[in-house]
Write a protein that binds this ligand. Structure first.
Ligand SMILES: NC(=O)c1ccc[n+]([C@@H]2O[C@H](COP(=O)([O-])OP(=O)(O)OC[C@H]3O[C@@H](n4cnc5c(N)ncnc54)[C@H](O)[C@@H]3O)[C@@H](O)[C@H]2O)c1
Length: 387
């Protein structure tokens, strides 16, 4: 049995560097860094001094996939390449941890999942690091255990992903249809879109309003308001932008028997003594409301980042089959919502889920055809102030 996973990081930009630092920090067990791969040689030169002489450097993905001394890869390239490289890696017999989003369009991600299913001996995981945040784990537990009763409304205002023009200018691929395939929905929000469905379930249809290049010189969306409906009649709202400061990150989940609010790193929970539907049927007093209790839910934080924990979970799954917290097959769910929001704004109409994947791709391709990758000097940015 393998006792150490021999790992290569593919894409050593902002987040690839963080993965490198995590591996070098000694906080991960059961893993050994074999090498780094980046198509831009400067990205490798930058980090060479941090590494031992035995570290290998690859300038193409094929070299990594052909290397028999490599067991696993982390894919930290721009989004379009995620499922493409994951498929190639799986076909070469490598375990794969893909950065979020799982891809740009669901059709390609579905293909990746199928190749994953054809290779059940290989681990295919996704970097949804915020699934490791104990607040969201608790919220999910409360909803799944029926503590809020029947779902009635979700509301996520996620406007604290502030991004300046200089951020957008830091890479040619960024915020273009051709290089990135979307804006705030695809780069910053995949975490929230995933948690939203992970906790409250998938909506059944969506109507959205998206604004492209608003307040930033970019091709893609910088501001979005999406209204969703769930199968059971519950409704929801998702409001997001990268151009507002101070921003808000408030997630509210309301059910017939309780309400959860997550804001400013705090989870609050209220429960009615009687389910509202039942109370309403029997109450005859006119004005009045069910009795509500505020309940303190213990949430235990430790110092370690979600990135570290997802990476450890990936390694543990390879070594001893620990259950994956974020299997890559889940990546299609949040991405379906993201694609549906785009499609609704493009067609100015309701979009039902599952979406028409061919229609989405043909609409995306029109935008790619008219898109320009920027000619800009690439920069590696410090990710310390983001999450
Ligand atoms: N989980 C998180 O919290 C988190 C945070 C930031 C970024 N990300 C994700 O990570 C990905 C990369 O983002 P970034 O900000 O690090 O971008 P970046 O541009 O800083 O880095 C990407 C790197 O990939 C390299 N690259 C491109 N194509 C390649 C290929 N085919 N093979 C090898 N190397 C290749 C580029 O040269 C570059 O160095 C994005 O998909 C982003 O959504 C996730």
């Amino acid at each position: 049995m393998m006792d150490k996973v021999r790992l290569v990081i593919i894409g050593v930009g902002n987040i690839g560097t963080l993965h490198l630092e995590n591996v070098l920090s000694g906080k991960l067990s059961g893993v050994e860094l074999v090498g780094l791969c980046d198509t831009n040689p400067e990205k490798l030169t930058r980090v060479k001094e941090k590494l031992t002489d035995s570290c290998k450097y690859y300038s193409t993905d094929e070299e990594v996939f052909m290397d028999e001394e490599v067991d696993a890869v982390i894919i930290a390239t721009p989004h379009y390449a995620h499922p493409v490289l994951a498929i190639e890696a799986l076909k070469a017999g490598k375990h794969v941890l893909v950065e979020k989003p799982a891809g740009v369009y669901t059709k390609k991600v579905r293909e990746m999942i199928e190749v994953g299913n054809q290779n059940p001996q290989l681990t295919l995981s996704l970097m949804y690091n915020q699934r490791m945040n104990p607040m969201y784990q608790k919220a999910r537990e409360l909803v799944q255990n029926g503590e809020i009763g029947e779902l009635r409304r979700t509301n996520w205002i996620i406007t604290n992903w502030y991004r300046s023009q200089s951020y957008y200018n830091s890479g040619g691929w960024r915020a273009t249809w051709k290089g990135e395939g979307g804006g705030v929905l695809l780069n910053q929000d995949p975490h929230q879109l995933d948690l939203w469905q992970w906790i409250a379930g998938m909506p059944s249809r969506i109507f959205s309003f998206a604004y492209y290049g608003k307040r930033r010189d970019v091709e893609v969306e910088t501001e979005v308001t999406a209204y969703v409906e769930y199968e059971n009649g519950a409704t929801g709202l998702f409001v997001t932008t990268t151009t507002e400061t101070p921003g808000t990150n408030r997630f509210e989940i309301v059910g017939s028997k309780g309400k959860i609010v997550i804001e400013e790193e705090q989870l609050k929970f209220w429960q009615t003594r009687v389910d509202e539907a039942e109370w309403n049927e029997t109450y005859s007093g006119g004005f009045g409301e069910p009795e509500v209790w505020e309940i303190k839910i213990p949430v235990q934080f430790d110092g370690d980042s979600g990135h570290l924990k997802i990476t450890q979970n990936f390694i543990n799954n390879i070594l001893f089959d620990e259950e994956l917290v974020s299997p890559a097959s889940d990546g299609i769910l949040g991405l379906s919502i993201s694609n549906a929001i785009h499609l609704s704004s493009w067609t100015d109409n309701w979009v039902s889920l599952p979406i028409d994947e061919d229609l989405f791709l043909s609409e995306l391709n029109k935008r790619i055809a008219a898109s320009n990758e920027k000619d800009t000097e690439e920069r590696v940015l410090d990710t310390k102030n983001t999450y």
